[in-house]
Design a protein around this ligand. Structure first.
Ligand code: GLT
Ligand code: MN
Ligand code: MN
Length: 395
C-alpha cells in the first residue's frame, strides 16, 4: 500500500460525505456456490476500523446488528446504546438505516406477500427501523425491496402487490412524521433502491426509473418524503447508462443517496469496488453530480472480494476504494475547470450561427463543430491518464 502511493490521510477522507455499510465490511465472502472466506466481525470492530481509515459515516440494516429475535425488545435497546457509544468513541455518525426485508425466511414471498400477517410484520419492521434511525441520528432510510417479484408467473398479481408494497412505505413515512415531531428532529429521507434480475426471476421494480414511476403513481401518501438511492452497478446491470439514470433522478429532484461500486453489464450483482472496472464512466458520473451540486452520501456498497483477507478488508479494500473515489471526485472538479473542455463545450452550445432553415445547409455549417464531441472524449481520457500533465510513453 505504501509503495502504491496516491493515498489520502484520514483527515482528508473525512471531508467527503462517504459512508461505510456494516454489511460491506462484515461480508464473509459467501454466496450460492461459495463458502465464507472470512470470519464474522462485530460492529465495534467495523466502526473502529472505519474510524481509523477516515470513513466518517456508518450505515446498517436492522438485522446486521440486532438478531431478529431481539428486534423491538430490550436487546435492541442495549445494542443501539452500544452502537451509539462505539460511534462516539471513534468519531463517526450514523447516516443511514435500512430494513432487511429479504434475507429472513419470513420474507420468502416478499414483504408485500398476500399473507396479511407477513405484511403486518413488514410494516412493523420498517417502523421499528425508523425508530432506530432517529435514535442513532440518521438522516436517511433505504429500502431495497428484495423479493418483490416472483418465480412462478401468474401466481402474483402485480398491481395488488405494488399497492401492498406502498402500504409499508406509507406506514414508515407516517410513523416517521409522528416520531420526528415528538423528538423535534427532521423526518428521515426515505430512499428506494432498485436492482434488476435478483433475487427473484421477475422483479416488480427493477430500475430507478420504475421506482420514479412508483413514487409518482399516487399509491404513496407522502411521495415528497420518498426519493431514490440508485446503485451504480444496479443501473449498469440491466444495460442502462448509470449517468443517464442519475440524470433522470436529478431532474425529478429525487437523487438523495447513492450507492457507489462497479461491475459489468448484464451480469449479476458482483459489487466490485468503485472505479476498478469503469473509471472513465465513473469520472463522467462524478462530473454530472458535481456540476449539479449533489451533496448526499456516497455509500460504499461493494463487497470486498473473497480473495481479500480479513486484514486486507481494512488495510487494502476500504482505503483504496475511498481513495479512488476521492481522486475521481477531484478529477471531476479539474474537468469542470479545464479550459479546453470548456471552450469546446461553449463552441458546441453556440452552434454555427447558420440562419438558414435548409437541413443540408444547417448540417454543412455544423459538421466541423461536431468533431468536438470526440475531442472532448479524448481530453477526458487524457485527464484520466494524466497525459494532460505531461505523462507520455515512448516505444
Ligand atoms: C443488499 C443489496 C444492496 C442494498 C442493501 C440495502 S441490501 O445487500 O444488494 O445493494 O444496498 O438494503
Ligand atoms: Mn446497494
Ligand atoms: Mn449491488
Amino acid at each position: 500500500m505504501d509503495a502504491c502511493g496516491g493515498s489520502y490521510t484520514p483527515e482528508q477522507r473525512r471531508k467527503y460525505y462517504i459512508s461505510g455499510p456494516q454489511w460491506a465490511a462484515a461480508y464473509e465472502g459467501h454466496a450460492l456456490f461459495h463458502a465464507p472466506t472470512r470470519s464474522p466481525i462485530s460492529f465495534e470492530t467495523v466502526i473502529e476500523e472505519y474510524g481509523k481509515i477516515g470513513i466518517p459515516c456508518w450505515a446498517t440494516h436492522d438485522t446486521d446488528v440486532i438478531p431478529s429475535d431481539q428486534l423491538g425488545k430490550d436487546g435492541q435497546h442495549e445494542i443501539v446504546a452500544r452502537i451509539k457509544k462505539s460511534l462516539a468513541d471513534n468519531g463517526l455518525r450514523c447516516s443511514m438505516v435500512t430494513t432487511e426485508t429479504f434475507h429472513h425466511a419470513v420474507f420468502a414471498s416478499s414483504p408485500a406477500s398476500e399473507s396479511p400477517e407477513i405484511r403486518k410484520y413488514a410494516k412493523w419492521r420498517v417502523c421499528n427501523t425508523v425508530d432506530i434511525g432517529h435514535e442513532l441520528g440518521a438522516e436517511f432510510a433505504v429500502y431495497w425491496p428484495g423479493s418483490l417479484g416472483y418465480q412462478i408467473q401468474g401466481a402474483v398479481e402485480e398491481t395488488q402487490t405494488l399497492r401492498w408494497y406502498a402500504e409499508s412505505l406509507n406506514a414508515a413515512c407516517e410513523h416517521d412524521i409522528a416520531v420526528a415531531s415528538k423528538l423535534g428532529r427532521p423526518t428521515l429521507k426515505h430512499c428506494m433502491e432498485a436492482k434488476p434480475f435478483e433475487p427473484q426471476a421477475e422483479i416488480l421494480l427493477p430500475t430507478s426509473d420504475a421506482m420514479l414511476g412508483f413514487i409518482a403513481s399516487g399509491l404513496l401518501t407522502h411521495p415528497e418524503m420518498v426519493g431514490l438511492n440508485p446503485e451504480y452497478l444496479h443501473e449498469l446491470m440491466w444495460g442502462g447508462a448509470p449517468r443517464a439514470a442519475l440524470a433522470r433522478a436529478l431532474t425529478s429532484g429525487k437523487l438523495w443517496h447513492f450507492d457507489i461500486n462497479d461491475g459489468y453489464r448484464l451480469k449479476h450483482d458482483v459489487d466490485i469496488a468503485v472505479g476498478l472496472v469503469n473509471p472513465l464512466d465513473w469520472l463522467n458520473v462524478l462530473i454530472l453530480l458535481r456540476s449539479h451540486g449533489y451533496n448526499g452520501p456516497f455509500n460504499l456498497d461493494y463487497k470486498p472480494p473473497r480473495t481479500t483477507s480479513a486484514f486486507g478488508v481494512f488495510k487494502v479494500s476500504f482505503p483504496t476504494a475511498v481513495d479512488r473515489f476521492i481522486t475521481l471526485w477531484e478529477m471531476a472538479g479539474e474537468v469542470m475547470q479545464d479550459p479546453i473542455i470548456s471552450e469546446a463545450s461553449s463552441a458546441l452550445r453556440a452552434g454555427a450561427g447558420c440562419e438558414s432553415n435548409d437541413p443540408t445547409e444547417i448540417f454543412e455549417a455544423n459538421k466541423e463543430l461536431l468533431s468536438l464531441h470526440e475531442l472532448i472524449g479524448h481530453r477526458l481520457v487524457q485527464i484520466l491518464l494524466g497525459v494532460h500533465r505531461g505523462r507520455v510513453y515512448s516505444v
